[in-house]
Design a protein around this ligand. Structure first.
Ligand SMILES: Nc1nc2c(ncn2[C@@H]2O[C@H](COP(=O)(O)OP(=O)(O)OP(=O)(O)O)[C@@H](O)[C@H]2O)c(=O)[nH]1
Length: 596
């Protein structure tokens, strides 16, 4: 049979063959057999490289709205195997990419440089750098967006009022950048017109440089954060693709948040220090009665400056300083009063002495006159009168002398009473005011001190949205220890426990004596599980550091309740919960820690 030559014959023959070969009449099978009969290859439709084009479509950029639209069009064309649509789509995409490169980067850089070097009121180099960093983060990997944002930024700088005086190019405290190591403006601008395609790489370098060299120098006291900054710098350098840059965003935001917290802490620290210094200066006038007080004050400040600063130690020093100053002023006032009454007594006594001297010289004159009258007397009756006068004058002088002696005795008595009062006052003030916020026996905070510390910790936890735990400890069988070893041994045991607590817990944990043999520990930034673990660790430490009294070894144990601060809690409610948990610990056998 001759081969069919025209399309309708080929079509008919195709249908026949499909039937005789029992092949299902799908469009693909029809097309295959048609090609077979017509002697044509799979040609265009057959060769349509669907898989390759799909891979191409996946790789196409989709950052901007325009790009996304074009990719959509490409996808449609691909679905319909429409070569024409594909061709037009690709052409437009290429054109769009070319347009993107036509963004006037060199103009923008000229303006950028100009505004970078201009001095605007309130804008330091550090601020400008910060703004650039923000733009970089916001437009990571999207050059069109980056262009728009940078342009907006440069315009805002241009719109700022020029600075009157010399604005420092670098904020105080910011490290000056060694010119040789600057990977930024100079290099970028030198050939910005020819290297616009390398823009984001240069800006990445600038970004990494900021993290690695500038941020880390500000984090000498924060090695963990500094290590994170270096890690981020490394990641920024490696993040060449838009998706990698996008992936960096969350990390950078987290880092920025931590920097913000750190800045807040530092501000608080600075304010605390300033308060402390102010307090010292304001009250220096009070520190005149005894030099050792002044030395004590200075010692405290010296200690604070010598040790690593933290908000709690400054708060603690401030509290102690206030108490010392209070005591000092009280003591000074009392001493002044006592001195004043001594002065008055002395003045009174001198008056009496003068009076006494007057009356004695009067007496002498009178006796002399009497002696004269005796020598002139002619009979006994005349002598009687003179003698009576001598006796009268002598009595008067005797009475005067006795009165002066009595007054002298009374004054002496009053002086010794005043002395005793000063002594008592000193002891009383030592007891009452030296440790107003601290328990005198153990040196831990007392209830008042705890109240203040608790308030501060709660405010801090709320501000940072962090957890805060409270543990209440009660020594087990303390009465037995007191009864068997004596009250002094009991006191020594309390001191021992307070010492072990202070040395075992973290510096940021607050320790207070809540009552007789009860202690409270406030644990900031701690989950309730971790707080329980910390208190159990304290129990273990107590078994290691055994209490020794007159060579008598006694194991001190305690039961504890731990709870965390809940929304709406007050110090009373949280302490009550911890107390209930502690009670449960006692009920279930003592020497254990329960969560409330
Ligand atoms: N040495 C000394 N003892 C104190 C002080 N304050 C309270 N105490 C004593 O602590 C004891 C507490 O006894 P209890 O409340 O019966 O408690 P406990 O014997 O520890 O019994 P549990 O708590 O059930 O384990 C009492 O004997 C108080 O006198 C103090 O400052 N010094």
């Amino acid at each position: 049979m001759p081969s069919p030559s025209n399309p309708s014959e080929i079509a008919r023959e195709t249908l026949r063959l499909l039937a005789s070969r029992r092949i299902s009449p799908s469009p693909e099978n029809y097309r295959d057999i048609y090609n077979e009969i017509a002697g044509t290859s799979g040609n265009l439709a057959e060769n349509f490289p669907k898989r390759e084009l799909q891979a191409l479509q996946t790789a196409l950029p989709k950052e901007t709205a325009v790009q996304q639209k074009l990719v959509k069009r490409f996808e449609q064309a691909l679905k319909g195997r429409n070569w024409d649509e594909l061709r037009d789509g690709i052409a437009e995409l290429v054109k769009q990419l070319a347009n993107e490169h036509e963004l006037p980067w060199s103009d923008l850089f000229r303006d950028f440089l100009r505004q970078w070097e201009n001095k605007q009121a309130g804008l330091t180099v550090a601020r400008k750098r910060e703004a650039i960093e923000r733009v970089l983060v916001a437009a990571a990997g999207n050059s069109e967006l980056l262009f728009g944002r940078l342009q907006g930024l440069v315009k805002s700088w241009a719109g700022s009022a020029p600075a009157d005086g010399d604005i420092p190019l670098v904020d105080p405290g910011t490290i000056a950048m060694p010119e040789a190591s600057l990977p930024l403006v100079g290099d970028i601008v030198a050939d910005s017109a020819t290297r616009t395609s390398e823009l984001s790489s240069d800006l990445r370098d600038l970004f990494a440089y900021t993290f690695e060299d500038l941020v880390t120098t500000q984090l000498v006291d924060e090695p963990e954060l500094a290590a994170d900054a270096r890690m981020l710098a490394h990641k920024v350098r490696c993040a060449t693709s838009p998706s990698a840059q996008q992936g960096l965003l969350a990390g950078i935001k987290r880092f920025a948040f931590r920097l913000e917290i750190l800045a807040e802490d530092r501000a608080e620290l600075r304010a605390g220090l300033l308060n402390l210094l102010q307090l010292l200066i304001e009250n220096v006038g009070e520190l005149v009665t005894e030099d050792r007080w002044l030395a004590g004050q200075i010692d405290i400040v010296r200690d604070i400056v010598a040790s690593p600063l933290n908000i709690r130690s400054i708060g603690d020093a401030e509290g102690r300083l206030k108490e010392v100053i209070y005591k000092q002023s009280q003591l000074k006032r009392s001493l002044n009063e006592a001195r004043e009454s001594l002065k008055q007594m002395l003045a009174g006594f001198v008056d009496h002495l003068a009076e006494f001297a007057d009356s004695t010289s009067d007496y002498h004159d009178k006796i002399e006159y009497c002696a004269h009258r005796i020598s002139m007397a002619e009979d006994i009756t005349q002598l009687e009168d003179v003698l009576a006068e001598v006796i009268r004058e002598t009595r008067i002088i005797q009475l005067n002398a006795q009165r002066s002696r009595d007054e002298l005795r009374a004054a002496k008595q009053r002086v010794s009473e005043a002395e005793a009062r000063i002594g008592e006052l000193q002891v009383e003030l030592d007891r009452a005011s030296t440790l107003v916020r601290h328990d005198q026996l153990t040196g831990a905070l007392n209830r008042r001190g705890l109240e203040e510390a608790f308030e501060k910790e709660v405010a801090r936890a709320q501000r940072r949205q962090s957890t805060l735990c409270v543990a209440l400890l009660d020594i087990d069988n303390f009465k037995k220890l007191n009864d068997s070893l004596g009250h002094d041994a009991g006191d020594a045991a309390l001191i021992h426990l307070a010492t072990v607590i202070r040395e075992t817990m973290r510096p940021q944990d607050t320790v207070a004596r809540f009552g007789g043999e009860e202690f409270i520990i406030v644990l900031p930034d701690t989950s309730v599980g971790d707080a329980q673990t910390a208190i159990v660790r304290l129990q273990r430490e107590l078994t290691r550091r055994i209490f020794l009294h007159n060579n008598d070894r006694r194991l001190i144990t305690f039961s504890a309740g731990v709870t965390d601060l809940q929304p709406g809690d007050t110090q009373v409610s949280v302490t009550k919960r911890a107390d209930e948990a502690m009670y449960m610990a006692k009920q279930s056998g003592k020497n254990r820690v329960m969560i409330g």
